[in-house]
Design a protein around this ligand. Structure first.
Ligand code: AMP
Ligand code: ZN
Length: 474
């Protein structure tokens, strides 16, 4: 029985889909205005693991992911600029080309990490008419109002607003220092459903004119403009999954306070039904103890990881070691460690041939771990327990290949991978090796040996071969 933490109830719950074996799942996708980094990827590996675990439990998953290619503003309070327009300016390309470029980069990273593609991929810009109809429904039911800069959702009309974030009830979100409030909004928590390209002032310009400043804008019954980010997700989730109540909705923890809280409000206001049964949120990745940020310069992409000599699946292995609800601190040292562990795993598994009759005892343990709110680090430790067990290699192979349907570490390809994967030697060790080389060239062999011992103490053996120095992790 699968158990999963539900942000809505703040409890680990038994997972019971509405129409088993079908599971409907919506995943908030990337906003394609910038490079996707290893923080984003941690989240999507988390979703991929969830889908694989559902399938391991014999569910049939129908997963929709969206691509946000319009309407996601730089500020959550409806005041900022559209991230897409900003990205286009930064890279000197059209918004449409930016969207294409970064969607491609996102999927290249996702593919390298063995993240399987969702069954259905939906671009926000392909569903503008549907979003307009959604807003019209809300309008008819009396949940909207119009101000200069757009059509807004009146959160005071939705009685259970803020349920997902729990601690803050209706309208408690203050229009304080951090939240810049759009003029004319009735409540600080109200949010834009449709933004006008050009604020509508009584004299000029008239509703329905283009600002001439935005590259992406559409006609609507209220004037030329573009949809809000939240309405995109509600519309595509309900349309793509063909249901008004989804089993699972996933996202990052940053989505709880506003984006998902607003998705619930507008969806339930429109349909009168519960929008989502289980809300799953992934925690963030930090780098060397800091938040990832441009000013610190610690935003790394999967391309960078590969350029530094790592196998992308070593990164996947590293992600699996931290529970999805815990904050994860990425360091290059931890990735070096993960690459060593992954390399060992590949080497061990490459010896296993002819999979036959698995080890039921360990498979049971593995399933208990993954079904216990996705305890992947425990699941990995079960893999190592089998490897060290007395079971015949054929049984180990059978079980481990089955487990890899969840892990996604390419273990069936271990034989061919073994030749390619190398440990990545830390910079400090490389420096010591270089110093030792210099000493040897000068004939200072005692000092050179001293350095060799120092390297050994740091956990590496070095061997002098005719091709140069070879390094091994002890
Ligand atoms: P964005 O493209 O900025 O909308 O982000 C896409 C997803 O990646 C969102 O679900 C974010 O929560 C998530 N995300 C962004 N930065 C990080 C990070 N440092 N660690 C984990 N997830 C992140
Ligand atoms: Zn979303």
């Amino acid at each position: 029985m699968l158990k999963i933490y539900n942000t809505l109830t703040r409890k680990v719950e038994e997972f019971k889909p509405i129409n088993p074996p079908l599971v409907t799942m919506y995943t908030c996708g990337p906003t394609v205005y910038e490079y996707s980094h290893i923080g984003h990827m941690r989240r999507y590996v988390g979703d991929d693991i969830l889908v694989r675990i559902l399938e391991f439990n014999n569910y049939k998953v129908k997963q929709v992911m969206n691509i946000t290619d319009v309407g996601h503003l730089t500020s959550d309070s409806d005041t900022g600029e559209d991230k897409m327009e900003k990205g286009a300016r930064k890279f000197g390309m059209s918004v449409w080309d930016i969207a294409k470029k970064f969607e491609k980069q996102f999927f290249n990273s996702a593919d390298a990490l063995n993240i399987r593609r969702p069954n259905i991929l939906m671009h926000a810009t392909d569903y503008i008419p549907e979003q307009i109809v959604f807003i019209q429904t809300l309008e008819k039911k009396g949940f909207t109002y119009k101000i200069n800069d757009g059509i807004y959702f009146d959160t005071s009309k939705f009685k259970t607003y803020g349920r997902l974030r729990g601690e803050q009830k209706t309208n408690e979100l203050k229009a304080g220092a951090r939240v810049e409030m759009v003029k004319g909004k009735k409540n600080p928590t109200d949010f834009a459903l449709w933004k006008f390209s050009y604020p509508q002032v009584s004299s000029h310009p008239t509703p329905g004119v283009s600002s001439g400043k935005r590259q992406m804008e559409w006609e609507s019954p209220w004037g030329v403009g573009f949809p809000g980010w939240h309405i995109e997700c509600s519309t595509m989730a309900i349309k793509g999954l063909d249901t008004e109540t989804l089993d699972i909705h996933t996202g990052g923890i940053d989505h709880i306070q506003i984006h998902h809280t607003n998705e619930i409000a507008q969806s339930e206001a429109a349909t009168g039904k519960e929008f989502v049964k289980y809300w799953v949120h992934h925690n963030f990745l930090h780098v060397e103890g800091n938040k990832m940020s441009k000013s610190i310069g610690n935003i790394f992409t999967v391309e960078e990881v590969v350029k530094r000599g790592f196998d992308p699946l070593a990164l996947r292995y590293l992600y699996l070691q931290t529970h999805y609800r815990a904050e994860m601190n990425f360091t290059w040292g931890s990735l070096e460690g993960a690459q060593i562990a992954y390399k060992r795993l590949i080497e061990e598994v490459s010896e296993f041939k002819n999979p036959k009759i698995g080890c039921a005892e360990y498979e049971e343990k593995f399933k208990n771990a993954i079904n216990d709110d996705l305890n992947m680090s425990k699941a990995l430790s079960v893999v190592w327990e089998i490897i060290k067990s007395d079971y015949p290699d054929s049984a180990k192979a059978e079980s481990i290949f089955r487990m890899d349907q969840v892990l996604g570490l390419d273990l069936e390809k271990a034989g061919e991978k073994k030749k390619r994967i190398k440990i990545v030697v830390p910079a400090a060790i490389k420096k010591l090796i270089e110093e030792r080389e210099q000493l040897r060239k000068r004939g200072s062999y005692t000092q050179a040996d001293h350095i060799r011992n120092k390297i050994k103490k740091l956990g590496y053996n070095i061997k002098d071969t005719k091709n140069g120095v070879e390094v091994e992790k002890i």
